[in-house]
Design a protein around this ligand. Structure first.
Ligand code: NAD
Length: 339
């Protein structure tokens, strides 16, 4: 069977990771990535052997810098079965007309409005909705992290209400423009933050309230969760449930900070120290007066990457069973080692 042809439009933090993850699969291949400027990311894309496409009016400047350019972004879209749009939030929507014109399926990321596609996606919670779909939005890093814990809890115990406070990273490690440098910024001041409503795009029946604060850190987000369940369970039950899920890692061994998780990722030899799984602090999981509490850390640059691979598989009808797709993606990327 021929491999599904995948194009990556926007080769930044998310795009370069999706490209590398797709390249590991045996049922899909990268036919090209787009760059708007000949910078260091374009250089590494060329070194990895990806075909580079550029806006038509920028091709000459790439060529002047010694790049071989495969064509324009329009040429790339024409050559693809599916485009993963990883352009910055609110830019991806301007590419929709091109994908529609060329009759190519497309995935957008969480920075786009939920209205960009009829389906917002999470591999565990609603894979089936995306089977054969033309347009899908893979929800943001925080929403992905929330769905991964809320979905199994709801399946097993029923969720009465979720309250979450999110301490957000101010910017990604390579981002030289974002902040804050020395402040905790209410993000936004008016509650709730967009994260709770975003979870509802996948699980509309979940009663959830969220608040978010931007902090001067770049490694990870931290979630403080408080969940009222419909049936009784112990902290041990929840730890066992989380440990059984394919994209949750129980964090222990003296780790009590996001910086240590990233160091752990480095020690594990993860590419770019990526932690694709939710990192639930095992000792934080507690049940008090019928309510569940825990901390989890979310590696914003990488947790949505396996979800993009699964979304491609669902939309291209390569696999009907979400657990089989998750297992295939996990195995290829090296997700799954439990501690
Ligand atoms: P980024 O800025 O790191 O990368 C975007 C890339 O797209 C850059 O290389 C930029 O040059 C390129 N680009 C800009 N305009 C373009 C255009 N018109 N055509 C083609 N390429 C263009 O952004 P990112 O952090 O990778 O975010 C991409 C999407 O993923 C956003 O929707 C964002 O909200 C979402 N997301 C980001 C994170 C994160 O933590 N970085 C996590 C989850 C989801």
């Amino acid at each position: 069977m021929s491999k599904v042809k995948v194009a990556i439009n926007g080769y930044g933090t998310i795009g370069k990771r999706v490209a590398d993850a797709v390249a590991l699969q045996d049922d899909m291949e990268i036919i090209g990535i787009s760059k708007t400027r000949p910078n260091f990311e374009a250089k590494t894309a060329a070194m990895k052997g990806y075909n580079i496409y550029a806006p038509a009016d920028k091709i000459d400047s790439f060529k002047n810098d010694g790049y071989t350019i495969a064509g324009s972004i329009e040429d790339m879209v024409k050559a693809a079965d599916i485009v993963v749009d990883c352009t910055p939030g609110k830019i991806g929507v301007s590419n929709k007309a091109l994908y529609e014109k060329e009759g190519v399926k497309a995935i957008w990321q969480g920075g786009e409005s939920k209205d960009i596609a009829p389906i917002s996606f999470n591999s565990e919670a609603n894979y089936a909705d995306a089977i054969g779909a033309d347009y899908v939005r893979v929800v943001s890093c925080n929403t992905t992290g929330l769905c991964r814990v809320i979905y199994p809890l709801d399946q097993k115990y029923g969720v009465e209400k979720v309250r979450v406070t999110i301490v957000r990273r101010g910017g990604d490690p390579g981002d030289i423009k974002s902040g804050p440098i020395d402040a905790l910024v209410l993000d936004p001041i008016k509650l709730p933050s967009h994260h709770g409503p975003d979870v509802k795009t996948i699980m509309p029946h979940i009663n959830i309230t969220s608040a978010a604060i931007k902090a001067p850190t770049s490694f990870m987000h931290l979630h403080v969760l408080n969940i009222q369940l419909k049936t009784e369970c112990s902290a041990e039950d929840v730890k066992n449930l989380f440990a059984s899920r394919p994209r949750i890692r129980m964090i222990a061994d003296g780790i009590s900070a996001t910086a240590q998780i990233i160091e752990f990722g480095r020690d594990l030899g993860r590419p770019r120290n990526d932690m694709w799984e939710n990192c639930v602090f095992r000792d934080s999981v507690s049940v008090d007066d019928g309510e569940l509490y825990f901390f989890q850390a979310i590696h914003q640059e990488s947790d949505v990457i396996p979800e993009n691979v699964d979304a491609i598989r669902a939309m291209m009808s390569l696999e009907k069973d979400n657990l089989k797709s998750i297992e295939k993606t996990n195995k290829s990327m090296g997700i799954g080692f439990k501690c």
